[in-house]
Ligand binder design. Sequence first.
Ligand SMILES: [Fe+2]
Length: 177
Amino acid sequence: MSVSSAAPASVSASAPTQAELLDFVRRAVADADLIASLPLDPEGRTWVRLEGPGGSEAWLIGWPPGTGTGWHDHADSVGAFMTASGELRENSLAVRLPTDGWTTLELTEGVDRERRLATGQGRAFGRHHVHEVLNESTDRHAISVHAYYPPLPRIRRYSRTAQTLRLEQVERPEDWQ
Ligand SMILES: [Fe+2]
């Protein structure tokens, strides 16, 4: 993971809202120099850490064709993200799942949601949002901007088989060093 700092930052006295995070990623997406500063690697995703508003954690991410995150959530953090180049697909669950206290969940029918986020399109999400993000293009890189508050305390990763969601791993900040 490459880490550097460069960012449109704003100072907020209180915790940033989902709307403020979405506004931040929208302004970052509109900053052509910032977007162009991301190194792209055809072999894998690339990251640049940004300074988000109000102490939030923000990332500029490059997605080669065919890459994705796998199913995960961000525990108690809220967030927003927006496509800056190319197109991303988000698969998500319309239900808010408990963060703790389970390892396998059988999902009911009809809870799956799918969004296609073309360049300039994004979304905000609340706590416990479960999703995966993918660049399904066969030939085009995608770039996106993400912001989370509180700064990510945990990412819970899941495997998905049909309607079964299974907790596979809990990543904590110390795991990312
Ligand atoms: Fe995510």
